[in-house]
Design a protein around this ligand. Structure first.
Ligand code: PLP
Length: 423
């Protein structure tokens, strides 16, 4: 059920409260439960820090001044609102109408800036002047380093050593922004191990340091805080779609899922509509499809684990989806059938990366390309021809261009120029 070597995975408390009276994507209450999932499985020293954080967030989230400050920074610095773009050529090709919510156009190139701006403001309100973060693809690390620079805070980012090599440019970006990047050499040297290390650091520094968790994961209140801070994506998208679609909602709303923050923020805007919600995981990290309930990083959720509870390594072309778990609210949404979770494999993802680039002039992050790949695969099958589909494009692909170039060069299916054929 958990890795025994890590203090970060140590838990206290009990699952309890199996059938809470939760509004779908509402307030998970003091216990932080989404049905049977969620909770706060942390060692003693972090319990007080989590409770303090929850109290402060409840106060801040009810405070108009906090919202005004956050909205103002997201507008003038973060690039919000991001547009919704109609994909004419892709739509014609696949027979469904595709709209993209363009988080790739947010400052730092992904949706991560929405979350870190809110958490940095919250940290400042709590009198904490140092941020720590974990990162996989580097986008959350870059966003945290950016918010720290903007607000004059110290910043340390933990990143698996394997990811520091895959995402070298983002390491340099973080350093350029004044952050200290720590390469984590334990375990699989990827995102899971970076989270372990960040939690360890937080245990000893929580008096002065805020742990800026990057997705809807971890102990309560993080899954709730991060979903609320990403809700802006779904709220904007719903209004923008209604304008474009004559007051209608899209038939399908699709987003990629690592920990699940861009999907949670998007879904939050559509839970009370009749839109079908789909989260797309990496085939090698599909915690809903292949996982079972367990406890990791302070939460009870679906995890990739063996029969003895040892956590299995997630494997994906994209560092941001290389996580063996998923946020607990997604496990809940899957269990009650409000959202469905599918997967896309690496080959489909590279192809979708190229198709969106060539047909629409938009180079997606490899993470976001999972959502695009699923829509391309299922158009005319699960998704009836003529449907309208909103895809959250969680980030831009600049960070992935050299990785994809190397993959394409090696690909047996390359044509003479070394480019993948579209269509
Ligand atoms: C561009 C992008 N999209 C998606 C993700 C996955 O995170 P989440 O599932 O929390 O949105 C990442 C993570 O690094 C990312 O960089």
């Amino acid at each position: 059920m958990r890795e025994t070597s890590s203090v970060a995975d140590t838990y206290s408390g009990s699952p309890g409260n199996i059938h809470s009276q939760l509004d779908v994507m509402g307030d998970p209450g003091r216990t932080g439960r989404y049905g049977e999932y969620g909770g706060r499985y942390v060692p003693e020293p972090l319990m007080a820090a989590c409770l303090e954080l929850e109290n402060e967030f409840r106060l801040a989230w009810a405070d108009d001044d906090f919202h005004n400050q956050l909205d103002s920074i997201l507008r003038s610095y973060g690039g919000r609102p991001t547009p919704v773009t109609e994909c004419g050529r892709l739509s014609e090709r696949i027979g469904v109408r595709v709209l993209l919510k363009r988080e790739d156009l947010a400052h730092t190139g992904s949706h991560k800036i929405n979350n870190v701006t809110g958490q940095a403001l919250l940290a400042r309100r709590m009198g904490k002047n140092r941020l720590i973060a974990e990162t996989g693809a580097g986008q959350h690390g870059v966003a945290t380093a950016t918010a720290a620079a903007f607000m004059g805070m110290e910043c340390t980012v933990f990143m698996g050593e394997v990811d520091t090599l895959r995402q070298e440019l983002n390491v340099f970006r973080m350093e350029l922004l004044g952050a200290n990047v720590v390469a984590v050499k334990s375990g699989s040297k990827t995102l899971k191990d970076a989270v372990n290390e960040a939690l360890r650091e937080w245990v000893s520094t929580c008096e002065t340091t805020h742990y800026c968790v990057g997705s809807v994961m971890g102990p309560h209140p993080y899954p709730w805080i991060v979903r609320e801070l990403q809700r802006v994506v779904g709220d904007e998208a719903r209004d923008q779609c209604r304008q474009l679609l004559g007051g209608q909602d899209p038939d399908w709303v699709v987003a990629c899922v690592g920990g699940g923050s861009n999907a949670a923020g998007t879904f939050a805007g559509f839970t009370d509509t009749s839109s079908n919600l789909v989260g797309v995981e990496a085939a090698g990290g599909a915690a809903i499809t292949h996982g079972t309930p367990g406890i990791l990083h302070g939460m009870l959720s679906n995890l990739l684990q063996d029969d003895t509870g040892q956590i299995l390594e997630a494997k994906s072309i994209s560092a941001g989806l290389d996580y063996p778990g998923i946020g607990p609210e997604h496990a809940y949404l899957a269990s009650v059938g409000r959202a469905r979770y599918e997967s896309a494999n690496d080959d489909e993802v590279v192809k979708a990366f190229c198709q969106l680039s060539e047909l629409e002039g938009i180079i997606p992050a490899l993470e976001s390309a999972h959502a695009v790949a699923w829509v391309i695969r299922e158009a005319g099958k699960v998704i009836p021809f003529g449907s309208t589909v909103l895809i959250t494009l969680s980030g831009r692909g600049d960070k992935d261009v050299s990785q994809v170039r190397d993959i394409l060069r090696k690909s047996k299916n390359d044509n003479e120029e070394g480019r993948v054929q579209v269509g």
